[in-house]
Design a protein around this ligand. Structure first.
Ligand code: ZN
Length: 351
């Protein structure tokens, strides 16, 4: 029987060698199937030996091979257990330093122009003004004509803008289409749609062919319009003063200088006293103590005629300025283009 024991031992050695080399569970299971499985080498050898052996030997052969099969089974289970504990050890070895600072997600925030616009809207909302918006691509009528700026009017030169190609004649004669040069067309649209009393502010993006440190071809404006019975120039100045103090500070003063706009009469340039130098004069305000903010005036009766308001019954004031300019003054930004360059390091400074 020595040869039987040798043969089985040889198979077991092969099995052990291959099992040791098996690097993963799949390989371990394959080695087991190759030797200890129903069609494995040891089972086949067992069947072969029992078949050819004399009857009195069959039982001994069966016992000897079963013993080997038990060893195979035990080695197989041990190998699986070893793989499992190795995987667990690897998992534990992945160290986590719970004392490290967390990786915080940087929160977004609003652009400084949006911040300025919202603050302007909030201040006027408290005075009973509602917000109105309109299209950025406008007809010549809404942008110029209805604001008492006919085609040959010299004031158009100050607002040279971008005309939309191919739109001429779309709605008949004179239907030129432009990128709006101011938010004033929203005043026209509002007055055409509503009867007085009207109290609206109109923030929005406008376009002109300007480009330098304080002018961008695209910028943001806000205009205000108040129409009712008995509205006077004093109401205009009171509203401007209230706004100036709320937006820039209690010590701010307002100065109105005579000016000309085609759609207001009388018209004025609005100056706010310079908050940074407290009106004493500095380089920014050219030593005057005043900062030019925008324009204002009493709505010209000609504008009322275009929108069908009775200029004998109603009076009104309008004003307007650049939101970007307001943001530049409030946040101390000296180049308007910084707002539009999309550099988050710049925008992140304002909250
Ligand atoms: Zn100053």
């Amino acid at each position: 029987m020595a040869s039987l024991a040798d043969e089985l031992q040889q198979l077991f050695q092969q099995f052990s060698g291959q099992l040791e080399a098996a690097a993963n569970e799949q390989a371990v299971r394959k080695v087991y199937a190759d030797f200890g499985g129903a069609n494995g080498a040891i089972r086949l050898k067992q069947k072969e030996l029992i078949k050819s052996a004399p009857n009195d030997q069959k039982r001994v052969i069966g016992q000897a091979t079963n013993e080997i099969l038990q060893n195979v089974e035990a080695a197989f289970n041990a190998a699986l257990g070893r793989l499992a504990s190795q995987a667990e050890a690897r998992e534990l070895a992945r160290s986590v330093d719970v004392t490290l600072p967390g990786r915080a997600h940087r929160l977004g925030h609003l652009h400084p122009i949006t911040l300025a616009r919202r603050e302007i809207e909030a201040i006027f909302a408290q005075l009973g003004f509602t917000v109105a918006v309109g299209p950025q691509v406008e007809t010549d009528f809404h942008n110029f004509e209805a604001l008492a700026m006919p085609k040959d009017h010299p004031a158009r030169d100050m607002q040279d803008t971008f005309y939309v190609a191919g739109a001429e004649g779309a709605a008949g004669e004179g239907a030129d289409v432009v990128l709006r040069t101011h938010t004033s067309p929203v005043q026209i649209r509002t007055m055409l749609a509503r009867k007085p009393p009207v109290r609206v502010i109109m923030p929005g993006t406008v376009y002109r062919r300007d480009d330098d440190a304080t002018h961008s071809p695209m910028f943001n404006q806000v205009e205000g319009l108040c129409v009712d019975e008995g509205i006077t120039f004093a109401d205009l100045k009171g509203v401007l003063l209230h706004f100036a103090r709320r937006f820039f500070g209690e010590e701010i003063g307002v100065r109105l200088r005579p000016s000309f706009f085609p759609f207001t009469e009388p018209s004025a340039e609005i100056d706010f006293s310079h908050g940074t130098c407290k009106g004493r004069g500095c380089r920014t305000c050219k030593n005057s103590g005043w900062i030019e903010i925008g324009g204002a005036g009493m709505v010209d009766p000609e504008v009322f005629r275009h929108v069908g308001y009775d200029s004998e019954k109603y009076t009104g004031f309008a004003f307007g300025w650049g939101i970007d300019r307001m943001a530049m003054l409030k946040y101390g930004v000296d180049n308007i283009n910084a707002f539009f360059e999309g550099d988050v390091r710049f925008a992140r400074q304002f909250r």
